[in-house]
Design a protein around this ligand. Structure first.
Ligand code: NIG
Ligand code: FE
Length: 424
């Protein structure tokens, strides 16, 4: 007997399932779960069945069918580390860097994150939404169907809550599912200059409890979308002890941890992430071999962000190859933000990771899908194509999935299916 689906996509040259029970590591990262001449049946926004075209077409019919011959189907990309909500831009700093200033020098001189803070404090929720929507639309067209989004350009209670309101409004206003992360410990605001301990105390005592209250009243609770707490563990930002205070306060209020660690200096953030059972530890540029082994022995997902190194004109990248070989579960992210990575494209990140970090195309693919989903705590719903999972998938204009990493500068994503619906 035929089962009626809403949507049936068939005859794809390749379907990648990227399916896994836990974050992929080691040799499993080279397995994308390839089905040749594959098909996917979708009903009520979820995947009903997936397999070879012949067996799927024998069992399923649908109101809407798409012939995907000559195309690849893969899970929608998950971008697990973004600062996509902000006002203004940092084009002047871009020029300063071309002339020779470094990111850390600009930050120490009162620019960088604090300059975006000034613009963001002045913007209303509506203005933040307006400024961010086109960026999310670009990300969607490039295949991103879920994105984590951090606060951290407000750096005072009202402005951080305003950013959270903007994230909630944006989640409802466009197709990409957003996962909110509270990050008041992104930089020390000017009014606390030289008093970082006082700022951390304020974050711990006032801001995190207020954010937890905001979350309880938000629509994210019904959606069972997690709410993370993140900290920038770095010289001139927050030291290891301060990072611990912030993340422990977050955990005490129900916010699982994420951490920016080892972007420029190794302060011990990886060990802290492992100890606290963080969802992810991000950047990992300056990670020591001992910390790589610690990460590999844990369930924490390591997120590397090669668009940052590229944007900063660096020739050095996180040793993602070494981390994978050590046994760590690695994900990739754009880090889209106005300073260190104005980049909406996970395919470009794959292109960078394959060249500069020596990931194989299959490893890069798992790193932007299933492992990224584990990095945002949503792998039960997204990141792979399997029966029961959310029908977030891409139709890619290629007959070999490796084209996604091999080509760069264009866009092979031809269509995005989000919750079972064709977006474009
Ligand atoms: O992940 N490192 C800290 N945060 C961002 C940069 C944000 C900014 O420069 O505005 C990052 O690289
Ligand atoms: Fe970041």
């Amino acid at each position: 007997m035929m089962v009626e689906a809403d949507l049936l996509i068939h005859s794809a040259a390749q379907v990648m399932t990227c399916a896994a029970d836990g974050p992929k590591r080691g040799a499993a990262m080279q397995d994308v779960g390839l089905i040749s001449d594959g098909a996917v049946a979708v009903k009520d926004g979820r995947i009903l069945a997936i397999g070879p075209t012949e067996s799927i077409r024998e069992r399923y019919s649908a109101g809407q069918t798409i012939n995907a011959s000559g195309k690849v189907i893969c899970p929608g990309f998950v971008d697990p580390h973004t600062h996509v909500v902000y006002a203004g831009d940092r084009i002047n700093e871009f020029e300063q860097r071309i002339r020779g200033a470094t990111y850390m020098e600009i930050m120490a001189a009162g620019g960088g994150i604090v300059s975006t803070m000034r613009a963001t404090r002045e913007a209303s929720v509506e203005e933040l939404v307006e400024a961010t929507l086109p960026r999310l639309e670009q990300m969607l067209r490039l295949g991103t169907t879920t994105a984590e989004v951090k606060t951290g350009y407000g750096l005072d209670l009202d402005s951080e809550l305003k950013m959270l309101d903007a994230i909630a409004a944006l989640d409802l206003a466009q197709p990409i599912d957003l996962v909110p992360t509270f990050m008041p410990a992104h930089a020390i605001p000017p009014e606390f200059n030289g008093r970082s301990a006082a700022y951390v105390a304020w974050v711990v005592d006032e801001m995190i409890p207020a954010a937890a209250e905001w979350y309880r009243n938000s629509h994210f609770v019904e959606l069972e979308r997690p709410f993370f707490c993140d900290v920038f563990c770095e010289q001139n930002a927050f030291d290891l002890e301060q990072s611990r205070q912030v993340l422990e306060a977050g955990i005490a209020h129900g916010l699982p941890a994420k951490i920016h660690a080892d972007e420029f200096t190794s302060l011990g953030g990886v060990g802290l992430a492992v100890e606290l059972g963080a969802a992810s530890v991000d950047h990992l540029d300056a990670t020591t071999p001992e910390d790589a082994a610690r990460l590999a022995a844990s369930d924490v997902v390591g997120i590397v962000l090669p668009a940052v190194n590229f944007n900063l004109g660096s020739h050095e990248f996180a040793d993602a190859r070494g981390l994978i070989d050590a046994g760590a579960a690695i994900a990739l992210s754009t880090d889209i933000n106005p300073g260190s990575a104005p980049c909406p494209s996970q395919p470009l990140v794959m292109a960078l990771a394959t060249r500069y970090q020596r990931l194989l195309p299959a490893e890069a693919m798992n790193a932007v899908t299933i492992n990224a989903a584990f990095g945002v705590g949503l792998a039960d719903r997204i990141g792979s194509l399997a029966p029961g999972k959310q029908a977030d998938l891409l139709l890619v204009n290629a007959t070999d999935y490796r084209q996604l990493a091999y080509q760069f500068g264009g866009n092979l994503v031809e269509a995005v299916v989000k919750n079972g619906r064709l977006c474009f």
